[in-house]
Design a protein around this ligand. Sequence first.
Ligand SMILES: Nc1ncnc2c1ncn2[C@@H]1O[C@H](COP(=O)(O)OP(=O)(O)OP(=O)(O)O)[C@@H](O)[C@H]1O
Ligand SMILES: Cc1ncc(CO)c(N)n1
Length: 309
Amino acid sequence: MQISDTGHVIRALTIAGSDSGGGAGIQADLKTFAAFEVYGASALTALTAQNTQGVQGIYEVAPEFLRQQVESVNGDIGFDAAKIGMLGSAAMTTEVADIIARAEMTNLVLDPVMVAKGGASLLEDHAVHMLKTRLLPLATVLTPNLLEAEVLCGYPIHSWSDCQQAVSDLAKMGPQCIVLKGGHATWGISRTLPDDANGAQVFDLVFDGSALTTFYAPRVFSRKTHGTGCTLSAAIAACLARGMRVLDAIATAKTFVWEAMVSAAAWDVGTGHGPLDHSVAPRFSTGIEAGGTYRWHNDGRFHLEGIRI
Ligand SMILES: Nc1ncnc2c1ncn2[C@@H]1O[C@H](COP(=O)(O)OP(=O)(O)OP(=O)(O)O)[C@@H](O)[C@H]1O
Ligand SMILES: Cc1ncc(CO)c(N)n1
């Protein structure tokens, strides 16, 4: 376990849904915290009966009981960072916003989970307004995928300039930093990316309110992508808990997801969209500067474009 300068064990809290299949949600978050040697606590918003093929059922937790879980953790263990994942309902979204606002929490990573990989809805439509107005302003880092960014912005995102417009509009809603995840970019959008002729690159576009930072990594051609978003946001939270700068935390988290995806290609869990391998060792990025374009190199790190290695 990592110990802080003041001598306490570094802790992170996940407020999210349970995935019985173990690949996404709370389970992915706790495995990720452990990989980063951060003590993980959890508060469950919902239980899903889920596997690599899809979501078979959802059992909602009462919002008051979510509050009780957070109070139990906060009153005894505490946490240095938190991540929010699946919220399920508008009532739960409001409850979590109230809890977070009152806790005056720093280091909050908000993954605006809306739909599972198989297509099941994980957020009521009318919760989106609450998410936008109550939770986005409290986020240190917001991590929408393309579909989630489209819902939050209210327009389709079909090109690189749409992506730039979207992160700028999302920043106006209050989060300090936005990571627009490009994992779901279709071949069409990939062709419109700078310097990507055949969609072989996956991009993430980061905006901190003043500068755009772009990360490119080689696309991993794998069906084992269940829980990539949960793992990314949990890894960012773990890195923030450890005291890392936001951009270094994002680059480190991306590296972890990429390595976990590549490693998972070697084995099978379930018959559908398999989970990642959370047992890979994190590789820490440092010195990532706002405004740069970073590209993955086969030494396993992101390098600033134009710099010889
Ligand atoms: N095929 C891929 N190859 C390499 N990196 C990928 C791939 N798919 C996703 N990623 C990366 O994984 C991270 C999560 O992105 P993604 O767009 O899949 O999130 P998500 O849709 O929220 O995930 P989830 O399915 O868990 O909800 C991003 O950093 C993205 O760039
Ligand atoms: C519980 C849960 N949270 C988030 C996701 C998104 O991957 C999922 N599939 N299941």
